[in-house]
Design a binder for this molecule. Structure first.
Ligand code: ZN
Length: 207
């Protein structure tokens, strides 16, 4: 038996699926045509469907610890992000990819506060070690700032945006004008969403 909370939630979903939304649900059962892919964190508080008030079928979502996109030739050796990207771009022809970072990211905090070298013995340590590339591009002084975690969260989004271009299918789609890449950072506390401005390399509040 699933936890009671899940059974109650499923009951609510079933009532919706049988109600006025039945036609829309039935249409979605045949195929999906999402226009946007979101790369988000596994964090339970930052579900892209909730942040963007999206219905089933609207977002193609890939979530991982700290919403990282490794380079296509990365030693992190993760094929799941690459496969999701490939399917989104070549299979679904999404028009947008959004890398969605967030405030209070546990994965990024763990990396930024590390007292000892990260353990290579567990999966989490190996995965978030991928943030070293981002950290190396930040000024040394940034590490002593109280908001270092936030800066790393945002810089990591910018790194992931650059890394997306290392996938030939994504680079080709962007060059052809079929695909646009976006960076965003969500503040759980205030609900504020900021968007990455490539020109100024800053995050600005979304209108
Ligand atoms: Zn996170």
């Amino acid at each position: 038996m699933l936890p009671q909370r899940l059974m109650e939630g499923y009951g609510a979903y079933r009532r919706k699926a049988r109600g006025p939304q039945r036609v829309r649900f039935a249409a979605q059962a045949r195929e999906q045509h999402p226009e946007t892919m979101v790369i988000g964190c596994c964090d339970s508080r930052v579900a892209p469907e909730t942040v963007f008030d999206a219905d089933p079928g609207e977002l193609f979502v890939c979530r991982n610890i700290a919403n990282l996109v490794p380079r296509s030739d990365s030693a992190m050796g993760d094929a799941s992000v690459a496969a999701a990207l490939e399917y989104a771009v070549l299979g679904l022809a999404v028009k947008h990819i959004v890398v969605l970072g967030h405030a209070g990211c546990g994965g990024i905090a763990a990396f930024s506060r590390r007292a000892a070298p990260l353990s290579q013995q567990n999966y989490t340590g190996r995965w978030i070690a991928g943030l070293a590339e981002t950290e190396a591009g930040m000024p040394e002084s940034a590490r002593r700032q109280p908001d270092y975690s936030t800066r790393l969260e945002q810089a990591s989004v910018a790194t992931s945006l650059a890394n997306l271009r290392s996938y030939p299918c994504i680079d080709a789609a962007v060059e052809a004008g079929r695909l646009t890449l976006h960076g965003a950072h969500f503040d759980i506390m205030t609900g504020a969403l900021t968007l990455y401005d490539r020109r100024t390399r800053r995050f600005v509040l979304a209108e």
